[in-house]
Ligand binder design. Structure first.
Ligand code: PEP
Length: 256
Protein backbone atom coordinates (compact mmCIF):
# COMPACT_ATOMS: atom_id res chain seq x y z
CA UNK A 1 0.00 0.00 0.00
CA UNK A 2 1.29 3.47 -0.86
CA UNK A 3 1.52 5.58 2.25
CA UNK A 4 0.32 9.15 1.74
CA UNK A 5 0.03 11.31 4.81
CA UNK A 6 -1.69 14.46 3.59
CA UNK A 7 -0.95 17.28 6.06
CA UNK A 8 -3.87 18.03 8.36
CA UNK A 9 -4.69 21.09 10.47
CA UNK A 10 -7.58 21.00 12.94
CA UNK A 11 -8.81 23.97 14.97
CA UNK A 12 -10.12 23.21 18.46
CA UNK A 13 -12.31 26.15 19.47
CA UNK A 14 -12.76 24.73 22.98
CA UNK A 15 -15.67 26.45 24.82
CA UNK A 16 -15.49 29.62 22.76
CA UNK A 17 -17.85 31.11 20.23
CA UNK A 18 -21.10 32.95 19.64
CA UNK A 19 -23.24 33.10 16.51
CA UNK A 20 -22.02 36.46 15.23
CA UNK A 21 -18.38 35.92 16.14
CA UNK A 22 -18.42 32.45 14.54
CA UNK A 23 -19.79 33.82 11.29
CA UNK A 24 -17.18 36.59 11.19
CA UNK A 25 -14.36 34.16 11.93
CA UNK A 26 -15.39 31.63 9.26
CA UNK A 27 -15.99 34.33 6.64
CA UNK A 28 -12.58 35.88 7.35
CA UNK A 29 -10.93 32.48 7.19
CA UNK A 30 -12.57 31.52 3.90
CA UNK A 31 -11.52 34.87 2.41
CA UNK A 32 -7.92 34.44 3.58
CA UNK A 33 -7.68 30.87 2.34
CA UNK A 34 -9.30 31.42 -1.07
CA UNK A 35 -6.91 30.45 -3.85
CA UNK A 36 -4.24 29.33 -1.39
CA UNK A 37 -2.89 25.77 -1.27
CA UNK A 38 -4.70 24.01 1.55
CA UNK A 39 -3.86 21.09 3.80
CA UNK A 40 -6.70 18.82 4.87
CA UNK A 41 -8.47 21.15 7.26
CA UNK A 42 -11.13 21.01 9.94
CA UNK A 43 -12.63 23.17 12.68
CA UNK A 44 -14.21 21.79 15.84
CA UNK A 45 -16.59 24.27 17.52
CA UNK A 46 -18.63 23.57 20.66
CA UNK A 47 -21.56 21.21 19.95
CA UNK A 48 -24.30 23.89 19.79
CA UNK A 49 -22.48 25.61 16.94
CA UNK A 50 -21.73 22.53 14.83
CA UNK A 51 -24.83 23.02 12.61
CA UNK A 52 -23.99 26.69 12.09
CA UNK A 53 -20.38 25.97 11.19
CA UNK A 54 -21.47 23.10 8.94
CA UNK A 55 -23.80 25.44 7.06
CA UNK A 56 -21.10 28.11 6.71
CA UNK A 57 -18.51 25.60 5.48
CA UNK A 58 -20.77 23.50 3.25
CA UNK A 59 -19.29 23.39 -0.24
CA UNK A 60 -15.87 24.57 0.98
CA UNK A 61 -12.85 22.27 1.28
CA UNK A 62 -12.91 22.73 5.08
CA UNK A 63 -14.44 20.00 7.23
CA UNK A 64 -15.87 20.29 10.71
CA UNK A 65 -16.17 18.13 13.78
CA UNK A 66 -16.89 17.70 17.48
CA UNK A 67 -14.59 18.12 20.47
CA UNK A 68 -15.52 14.80 22.07
CA UNK A 69 -17.92 11.91 21.50
CA UNK A 70 -19.63 9.27 23.59
CA UNK A 71 -18.32 5.74 23.46
CA UNK A 72 -22.00 4.66 23.37
CA UNK A 73 -24.16 4.64 20.26
CA UNK A 74 -27.29 5.81 22.10
CA UNK A 75 -29.41 5.36 25.19
CA UNK A 76 -29.63 6.71 28.72
CA UNK A 77 -26.49 8.86 28.75
CA UNK A 78 -27.73 12.33 29.62
CA UNK A 79 -25.62 15.10 28.17
CA UNK A 80 -23.62 12.90 25.84
CA UNK A 81 -23.44 13.09 22.04
CA UNK A 82 -22.96 9.98 19.89
CA UNK A 83 -20.87 9.44 16.80
CA UNK A 84 -23.93 8.77 14.58
CA UNK A 85 -25.31 12.15 15.72
CA UNK A 86 -22.09 13.87 14.68
CA UNK A 87 -22.31 12.13 11.31
CA UNK A 88 -25.88 13.39 10.97
CA UNK A 89 -24.46 16.89 11.38
CA UNK A 90 -22.01 16.30 8.54
CA UNK A 91 -18.95 16.03 10.76
CA UNK A 92 -15.74 14.56 9.37
CA UNK A 93 -13.60 14.78 12.50
CA UNK A 94 -13.90 14.33 16.23
CA UNK A 95 -11.29 15.09 18.88
CA UNK A 96 -11.07 12.44 21.60
CA UNK A 97 -9.05 12.32 24.80
CA UNK A 98 -8.12 15.98 24.89
CA UNK A 99 -6.22 16.64 28.12
CA UNK A 100 -8.93 19.07 29.25
CA UNK A 101 -11.49 16.21 28.97
CA UNK A 102 -9.12 13.85 30.78
CA UNK A 103 -8.48 16.42 33.54
CA UNK A 104 -11.93 17.96 34.04
CA UNK A 105 -14.21 15.08 33.04
CA UNK A 106 -12.11 12.17 34.27
CA UNK A 107 -11.90 10.45 30.90
CA UNK A 108 -9.65 7.39 31.07
CA UNK A 109 -7.28 5.87 28.52
CA UNK A 110 -9.70 2.97 28.10
CA UNK A 111 -12.69 5.27 27.55
CA UNK A 112 -10.75 7.30 24.99
CA UNK A 113 -9.97 4.10 23.08
CA UNK A 114 -13.69 3.22 22.97
CA UNK A 115 -14.56 6.74 21.81
CA UNK A 116 -12.04 6.37 18.97
CA UNK A 117 -13.65 3.08 17.90
CA UNK A 118 -17.14 4.61 18.10
CA UNK A 119 -15.95 7.44 15.86
CA UNK A 120 -14.39 5.08 13.30
CA UNK A 121 -17.49 2.87 13.31
CA UNK A 122 -19.55 5.89 12.24
CA UNK A 123 -17.10 6.98 9.56
CA UNK A 124 -15.59 9.84 11.56
CA UNK A 125 -11.87 10.49 11.75
CA UNK A 126 -10.86 10.38 15.43
CA UNK A 127 -8.11 12.76 16.50
CA UNK A 128 -6.77 11.00 19.58
CA UNK A 129 -4.88 13.31 21.95
CA UNK A 130 -1.97 12.17 24.08
CA UNK A 131 0.63 14.10 26.04
CA UNK A 132 2.40 14.45 29.33
CA UNK A 133 1.92 16.96 32.14
CA UNK A 134 4.62 19.39 33.26
CA UNK A 135 5.51 17.15 36.23
CA UNK A 136 5.74 14.08 34.02
CA UNK A 137 7.92 15.95 31.56
CA UNK A 138 10.21 17.14 34.37
CA UNK A 139 10.48 13.56 35.65
CA UNK A 140 11.53 12.31 32.20
CA UNK A 141 8.36 10.24 31.85
CA UNK A 142 7.11 11.61 28.52
CA UNK A 143 7.47 8.45 26.43
CA UNK A 144 6.19 6.20 29.22
CA UNK A 145 3.06 8.36 29.63
CA UNK A 146 2.42 8.30 25.91
CA UNK A 147 2.85 4.54 25.80
CA UNK A 148 0.35 4.19 28.65
CA UNK A 149 -2.18 6.45 26.92
CA UNK A 150 -1.72 4.77 23.55
CA UNK A 151 -1.78 1.15 24.74
CA UNK A 152 -5.57 0.63 24.98
CA UNK A 153 -6.11 2.68 21.83
CA UNK A 154 -3.72 0.56 19.81
CA UNK A 155 -5.00 -2.72 21.26
CA UNK A 156 -8.62 -1.79 20.60
CA UNK A 157 -7.96 -0.42 17.14
CA UNK A 158 -5.83 -3.40 16.13
CA UNK A 159 -9.01 -5.48 16.33
CA UNK A 160 -11.19 -3.18 14.22
CA UNK A 161 -9.12 -0.92 12.00
CA UNK A 162 -7.33 -1.88 8.79
CA UNK A 163 -3.94 -0.48 7.93
CA UNK A 164 -5.42 2.33 5.90
CA UNK A 165 -7.74 3.47 8.69
CA UNK A 166 -8.05 7.20 9.11
CA UNK A 167 -6.77 7.48 12.63
CA UNK A 168 -5.01 10.64 13.75
CA UNK A 169 -2.90 10.99 16.88
CA UNK A 170 -2.29 14.46 18.30
CA UNK A 171 0.74 14.89 20.54
CA UNK A 172 -0.44 17.67 22.85
CA UNK A 173 2.01 18.13 25.75
CA UNK A 174 -0.25 19.44 28.52
CA UNK A 175 2.35 21.98 29.62
CA UNK A 176 2.46 23.48 26.13
CA UNK A 177 -1.29 23.98 25.73
CA UNK A 178 -2.19 27.65 25.88
CA UNK A 179 1.09 28.57 27.61
CA UNK A 180 3.15 29.90 24.72
CA UNK A 181 5.74 27.21 25.48
CA UNK A 182 6.63 24.44 23.03
CA UNK A 183 9.13 21.59 23.23
CA UNK A 184 12.25 22.04 21.12
CA UNK A 185 11.88 20.82 17.52
CA UNK A 186 14.19 17.91 18.46
CA UNK A 187 11.92 17.10 21.41
CA UNK A 188 8.80 17.14 19.22
CA UNK A 189 10.44 14.95 16.56
CA UNK A 190 11.65 12.45 19.18
CA UNK A 191 8.12 11.97 20.55
CA UNK A 192 6.52 11.83 17.10
CA UNK A 193 9.05 9.24 15.90
CA UNK A 194 8.23 7.17 18.99
CA UNK A 195 4.48 7.40 18.30
CA UNK A 196 5.12 6.55 14.63
CA UNK A 197 6.92 3.38 15.66
CA UNK A 198 4.03 2.38 17.94
CA UNK A 199 1.55 2.98 15.09
CA UNK A 200 3.65 0.97 12.63
CA UNK A 201 3.93 -1.88 15.14
CA UNK A 202 0.12 -1.86 15.37
CA UNK A 203 -0.20 -1.88 11.57
CA UNK A 204 -1.65 1.65 11.41
CA UNK A 205 0.77 2.76 8.70
CA UNK A 206 -1.41 5.49 7.24
CA UNK A 207 -2.05 7.36 10.48
CA UNK A 208 -1.12 10.99 10.77
CA UNK A 209 0.51 12.49 13.85
CA UNK A 210 -0.29 16.12 14.64
CA UNK A 211 1.57 18.35 17.04
CA UNK A 212 -0.54 20.54 19.34
CA UNK A 213 0.48 23.06 21.99
CA UNK A 214 1.01 26.78 21.37
CA UNK A 215 1.31 26.47 17.59
CA UNK A 216 1.19 29.93 16.00
CA UNK A 217 1.79 31.43 12.61
CA UNK A 218 5.33 32.22 13.75
CA UNK A 219 6.41 28.68 14.70
CA UNK A 220 4.19 26.50 12.48
CA UNK A 221 6.60 26.17 9.54
CA UNK A 222 9.45 25.00 11.81
CA UNK A 223 7.26 22.43 13.57
CA UNK A 224 5.59 21.16 10.41
CA UNK A 225 8.95 20.70 8.66
CA UNK A 226 9.84 17.92 11.12
CA UNK A 227 9.76 14.52 9.40
CA UNK A 228 7.14 12.91 11.64
CA UNK A 229 4.89 15.93 12.13
CA UNK A 230 1.93 15.70 9.76
CA UNK A 231 0.20 18.94 10.76
CA UNK A 232 -1.25 20.50 13.88
CA UNK A 233 -4.06 20.61 16.42
CA UNK A 234 -4.56 24.29 17.06
CA UNK A 235 -6.33 25.85 20.06
CA UNK A 236 -5.98 29.58 20.71
CA UNK A 237 -4.62 30.45 17.27
CA UNK A 238 -7.66 28.81 15.62
CA UNK A 239 -9.74 31.72 16.92
CA UNK A 240 -7.67 34.23 14.92
CA UNK A 241 -8.38 33.97 11.19
CA UNK A 242 -5.06 35.54 10.18
CA UNK A 243 -2.94 33.35 12.43
CA UNK A 244 -4.90 30.21 11.59
CA UNK A 245 -4.60 30.83 7.86
CA UNK A 246 -0.82 31.29 8.21
CA UNK A 247 -0.67 27.95 10.05
CA UNK A 248 -2.75 26.29 7.30
CA UNK A 249 -0.41 27.63 4.62
CA UNK A 250 2.62 26.34 6.53
CA UNK A 251 1.05 22.87 6.61
CA UNK A 252 0.08 22.96 2.94
CA UNK A 253 3.64 23.89 2.00
CA UNK A 254 5.09 21.00 3.97
CA UNK A 255 6.64 18.41 1.71
CA UNK A 256 4.48 15.26 1.88
C1 PEP B 1 -5.25 22.35 22.21
O1 PEP B 1 -6.20 22.77 22.84
O2 PEP B 1 -5.20 21.17 21.81
C2 PEP B 1 -4.14 23.25 21.94
C3 PEP B 1 -3.12 22.78 21.28
O3 PEP B 1 -4.27 24.54 22.41
P1 PEP B 1 -3.25 25.77 22.09
O4 PEP B 1 -2.98 25.75 20.62
O5 PEP B 1 -4.01 26.98 22.53
O6 PEP B 1 -2.02 25.54 22.90
Amino acid sequence: MTVVRTPLVVGNWKMNGAFEANRALIEALLALLAQKPLPALGVCPPFPYVPQIGALLAGSPIGWGGQTVSEHRGGAYTGQVSAPMLRDLGCTYVIVGHSERRQYCGETDEQVSLQAVAALDSGLIPIICVGESADEEAAGQTLAVIDRQLAPVLTTLAGVADEGASVVIAYDPVWAIGTGKTPTPEGVQKVHAHIRQRLMDAGLVQSRILYGGSVKGSNAATLFALPDVDGGLIGGAALDAQDFSTICTAAANRAV
